[in-house]
Design a protein around this ligand. Structure first.
Ligand code: TYD
Ligand code: MG
Length: 460
């Protein structure tokens, strides 16, 4: 029962929607059963500190008078990381690094801190999860740590803010936001109001000091702590660190970036001495590809500005059920169903008699219609049990009439295939007609343009 003076409010732990009563479905993000109850003490007693120390009064100014000198970028010297950030760290920005526990967020940020220290920047690593000793032990696993980094093991928000304002480091890492606790709020750590309060305080600090702040946020499914999605709209940049279960590859993805593109991904591999950059993801993704196996087709996806070759696998076999089984990993399930229907109707293969399992090898998730041709080729190949030449690559979007449509960045895809020594490239005829590539650049790569999937069927 809510007592006088203490109000309870319900928050959606997915998006932070606030409601006076419990709701089954969140009106904000439509998530089910996501509301948690939290007490809110009246905010009157809170020391709100909108302008941290040393900041003069703010007033509206002309755009032309805005000084963008302090938006200089600092390189972390982790190339993959810099690219995802949009070309390095922007001074005074706030970056949220989200991801499942154990994925390597702390390791990545420690490696960043190490590089920044080597470049003579001052760095403060605030950990609410580990003691200074533990951080030291972890840092010792990483090569070339020069131990200049300041570590601070603390969970009290007010004290952390005080230290940051005192020290004024160039970069601060908060590991993790869920452990930061404002004693004035009087709530459990990890609750929606605590996370929002802490993020708000750090955001103001970042903008006014200015200092760059990286905050770590754990994503928990159906967990007790609120997901970082609550804070996505508050920060400048949101990066997610993810991987398929068990894979050693890690993909760093920008889902929001006020200072760069959001399509970039960085690829890392976790090894005994920290994260290693994977600068040639195509070669890695194609590692261990089965030779002369049916149902395996290589395609080229564009992730941000970078082409990445991937292997699409299909396993198609007669079904023993009334309703065929279909699963997909790494590709949109509905897209698979749609393509199976297109194959059935336009080529005449009776896909309804087959189970189909589709997979993108290597743990990458691809959401690009340009993969359609490769998926269809893999399905046909598995269905006919005839393998597609392993030196063949294909890409293109497929429409409902079975037509093969043009895709963007065709040149880049073709060149990546040529670079990795492929011999045949099946691509949309429309793209082929307008391709602007010199013969020398193609090397041994032969281009085959197709305009519908019947032609593809004949090629396999
Ligand atoms: P960590 O950075 O602690 O993950 P997060 O902060 O996202 O929870 O990484 C944890 C995992 O990484 C842990 O299981 C151990 C492993 N690891 C290595 O394999 N090599 C290393 O050099 C380090 C530091 C960690
Ligand atoms: Mg950690």
């Amino acid at each position: 029962m809510a007592k006088a003076g203490k109000k309870t409010v319900f928050f959606c732990k997915e998006c932070g929607y606030e409601s006076a009563k419990w709701l089954g479905q969140c009106p904000g993000c439509k998530a089910w059963d996501s509301f948690v109850e939290e007490k809110v003490t009246s905010n009157k007693n809170l020391k709100v500190n909108p302008l941290p120390l040393g900041v003069v009064d703010n007033k509206p100014i002309k755009l032309s008078e805005v000084n963008i000198d302090n938006h200089k970028r600092t390189l972390t010297n982790i190339e993959e990381f810099d690219r995802v950030l949009g070309g390095g760290i922007v001074t005074g920005s706030m970056v949220l690094v989200g991801g499942d526990p154990g994925i390597g967020k702390s390791t990545l940020l420690l490696q960043m801190c190490r590089n920044l220290c080597i470049d003579k920047r001052s760095v403060l690593y605030v950990s609410g999860e580990e003691s200074a000793k533990q951080i030291k032990m972890r840092a010792d696993r990483l090569p070339a740590f020069n131990n200049e980094m300041l570590v601070y093991s603390e969970t009290d928000l007010e004290r952390v803010v005080e230290r940051i304002t005192d020290i004024k480091p160039d970069v601060v890492v908060i590991d993790s936001i869920q452990t930061m606790l404002s004693t004035e709020l009087g709530q459990a750590p990890g609750s929606v109001s605590q996370i929002r309060e802490a993020t708000g305080v750090f955001m103001r600090l970042a903008k006014t000091l200015p200092v760059t702040i990286f905050i770590v946020g754990h994503v928990t499914k159906e967990g007790v702590v609120a997901g970082p999605r609550v804070l996505e709209h508050m920060v400048d940049t949101v990066l997610y660190f993810e991987s398929e279960r068990g894979a050693s590859y890690r993909f760093l993805r920008a889902v929001k970036n006020r200072f760069g593109s959001t399509n970039e991904i960085g690829v890392f591999e976790m090894q005994g001495d920290g994260l290693h950059e994977v600068k040639n993801p195509s070669e890695y993704m194609l590692n261990g590809r089965p030779e002369n196996a049916s149902g395996s087709v290589v395609s080229c996806a564009i992730e941000g500005t970078r082409p990445i070759l991937i292997e699409v696998q299909a396993l198609v076999c007669h079904t023993s059920f009334n309703l065929p089984r279909r699963t997909s990993t790494g590709i949109d399930f509905n897209r698979i169903n749609l393509l199976l229907a297109v194959i059935e109707k336009r080529i005449g293969l009776h896909m309804s008699e087959y189970d189909a399992y589709i997979n993108v090898a290597g743990g990458l998730r691809i959401n690009e219609p340009a993969m359609d041709v490769a998926i269809i080729a893999a399905i046909i190949s598995s269905c006919k049990d005839s393998n597609v030449n392993e030196k063949t690559i294909c890409f293109g979007e497929v429409g409902l009439a079975g037509e093969v449509r043009a895709v963007n960045n065709a040149e880049q895809r073709v060149l990546e295939a040529a670079r990795l020594g492929f011999e045949t490239c099946i691509l949309p005829a429309v793209n082929m007609a307008s391709l602007n590539i010199k013969k020398a650049e193609l090397g041994n790569l032969e281009l085959v343009g197709i305009s519908n999937i019947k032609e593809l069927y004949k090629l396999i």
